[in-house]
Design a protein around this ligand. Structure first.
Ligand code: ADP
Length: 215
């Protein structure tokens, strides 16, 4: 079992990079944000537990996150390769992952640290729109759909995520700085950190990551 980790603040482009890597590699995409949104939609116990945290832009408790990750991994072959998107997000989650992988002889290969100026993050998040049915991500200015409000892929309705409102965005950025940014040092010490300048196009970010993966 192997994994790469996509690390970066909200709006850094983890989701967009994941879409790119899904087409170019055989890594299985595991996004805790997507899993939680699906749980919320279906009204499952995890969804009910996560709801208030997500709406406030706060982190869902580590125990919940580690549980859904463990469950997700148990569904795949022992030889699977994962790309974790939005996980781990705290030092305790990273330690939990280490433990889980230790038990399953897994290794983390790279941690891609997506570096984006704060101003760019804000612009990306306020302009972000998502397809209600397939989850494809757009941006009003950077990646507009062909027809306003409608998904190019399946014609679904585009909406703004509840946590992409201005107040919640500021809170999420603060949460990132306080709780997730410490992971940079954590993985630097393990020599796993790969800095990626991710403030430009999705294609450039993707190419930089592929370069490292194929080295
Ligand atoms: P973004 O990276 O744009 O903030 P995500 O889709 O990754 O979006 O996450 C949305 C929300 O889901 C977070 O604000 C948080 O409430 C919750 N969440 C997702 N992943 C985690 C995680 N690993 N630990 C705690 N909470 C999480």
């Amino acid at each position: 079992m192997e994994a790469i980790i996509l690390l970066g603040g909200p709006g850094a482009g983890k989701g967009t990079l994941s879409e790119f890597l899904k087409k170019q590699t055989d890594f299985i995409h595991v996004s805790t944000g997507d899993m939680l949104r699906a749980a919320l939609k279906s009204g499952s116990p995890v969804g009910l537990e996560a709801k208030a945290f997500m709406e406030a832009g706060a982190l869902v408790p580590d125990s919940v996150i580690l549980r859904i990750i463990e469950e997700r991994i148990s569904q795949e072959a022992a030889s699977a390769r994962y790309m974790f998107d939005g996980f781990p997000r705290t030092i305790d989650q990273a330690k939990g992952l280490d433990l889980l992988f230790k038990n399953k002889s897994g290794t983390v290969k790279h941690v891609f640290n997506l570096i984006v100026p704060r101003e760019t993050l804000l612009k990306r998040l306020t302009g972000r729109r998502v397809c209600k049915s397939c989850g494809a991500v757009y941006h009003l200015i950077n990646i507009p759909p062909k027809k306003a409000g409608v998904c190019d892929v399946d014609g679904g309705e585009l909406y703004q995520r509840a946590d992409d409102s201005e107040d919640t965005i500021l809170n999420r950025l603060e949460v990132y700085e306080k709780q997730t940014a410490p992971l940079i040092e954590f993985y630097q010490k393990q020599k796993l950190l790969r800095d990626i300048a991710a403030g430009h196009s999705a294609a450039e970010t993707g190419a930089a990551v592929l370069d490292i993966l194929s080295a």
